[in-house]
Design a protein around this ligand. Sequence first.
Ligand SMILES: Cc1cc2nc3c(=O)[nH]c(=O)nc-3n(C[C@H](O)[C@H](O)[C@H](O)COP(=O)(O)O)c2cc1C
Length: 174
Amino acid sequence: MNRSKIEPSDFVVAPDRIWNKSWFLLTCGDFESGKFNTMTVAWGSMGVMWFKPFVQVVVRPTRYTYEFMEQYETFTLSAFGDEHRKALQFMGSHSGRDTNKVAETGLTPVASSSVSAPGYDEAELIIECRKIYWQDMDPSQFVDPSIEQYYPEKDYHRIYFGQILGVQGTEQYR
Ligand SMILES: Cc1cc2nc3c(=O)[nH]c(=O)nc-3n(C[C@H](O)[C@H](O)[C@H](O)COP(=O)(O)O)c2cc1C
């Protein structure tokens, strides 16, 4: 894919479209050693905190990816065109604990420029992040009680903030 470096200040994205409709692959771990895992995410945000551009991702403790998020300092978010929808569905419905999701989807992990977690060559957009904060979701603070419906197993998300260290994208993200 024809991506080039985009400065965080020039990075343009429609949040609802990319999170809710397009989705991301969240990849955490280390490319060089081959120890990384990927899952699909559709809930999260982007913004500025402590003067740093950041993304927020939420990961349930039941996910295999959670173990990587705890162990490793960096992660990436990769966004794709519609032609890769099936791969994102697969990554979001199978676990890396018992499936080689990279082999099954045929996606190509690639080294990042500023973090050890890889992105994917087929992606239109790769956001490279370093963990700077985490917090467990506290159900006692659900002001809107309807939120509880998303946690029948009480597996409340762990929230991670990642400082954006690099963005590579196609021209539509500039
Ligand atoms: C569209 C979509 C969005 C998802 N978003 C999230 C999310 O934001 N957080 C989360 O913990 N799981 C999310 N999931 C579920 C994980 O991707 C799924 O459980 C995956 O199989 C976990 O893989 P792993 O065990 O290899 O980590 C989503 C799944 C789909 C299909």
